[in-house]
Design a protein around this ligand. Sequence first.
Ligand code: B12
Length: 209
Amino acid sequence: MGNLTPLLVDLQEGPFLAQVKERLATGDDPTQLINECRDGMEQIGKLFETQEYFISDLMMAANMFSTAMEDIKPHLKGANIGAGEKIVVGTVQGDIHDIGKNILIAVLSCNGFEVIDLGVDVPPERFVRAIQESGAKLVGLSALLTTSFLSLKHTVEVLDAAGLRPKVKIMVGGGPVNEQVRIFAGADGTARDAIGAVTLAKQFAREVA
Ligand code: B12
């Protein structure tokens, strides 16, 4: 069996995408493919830090991963039995990373959640409006930059000022987000990956029901 990590790290688009298709066709676990890609992105991030890779390499890798996700998405299976619980999801203001957010959305959707995707670089007021308009009781904030931690906190504060805080459960996540960041931001929960996020979202959905 192949491994997508080195192909992604080496930016070998052709062989990378071919392996994605091949392994999906032979019934490989799609979440395993996502994990291998995520490991690759982690390594690419390190190569960027050490200035062996440039921003253009990051963009190339991001494109490869996003293209692969288009193939992977239809293979993601979930217990599609959710009650269509609404969840507002977005990458916080100042941050434009969306690969992880989009995986989260794909996995939530195939688990029966109705996702309202606000995109990237989302101002707090936009979250407020989306929650008010949709009546969603679940919120997912994604952040990949350490400088976005303040943005996470600020978003939670603005939701609070709008009187929404007691009505919603807020999850935070994305690369560097951990329990400390969750506490700093004043959110209700965090998860390391999209599968963990769905487990958490299901728990919160029961609590707000
Ligand atoms: C790809 C990439 C980019 C792409 C993004 C393309 C895109 N469409 O997203 C581009 C090239 C645009 C980019 C730009 C920049 N980037 Co960048 N980027 C990355 C890279 C290599 C991979 C990120 C990624 O996609 N990971 C894969 C996904 C699947 O993982 P994930 O996001 O963590 O998501 C999973 C979980 O976390 C979870 N999850 C995600 N969201 C949520 C939300 C909730 C609620 C929950 C519960 C769970 C959850 O589920 C996902 C699936 O399992 C990282 C390296 C790294 N180690 O992360 C750097 C990295 C994040 N970038 C970095 C930097 C510095 C930048 C720039 C500032 C560079 C520059 N000088 O311009 C800009 C920032 C622009 C901005 N304002 O946002 C740094 C951040 C350092 C720091 N201390 O903050 C990193 C860590 C690289 C590094 N090591 O230096 N980047």
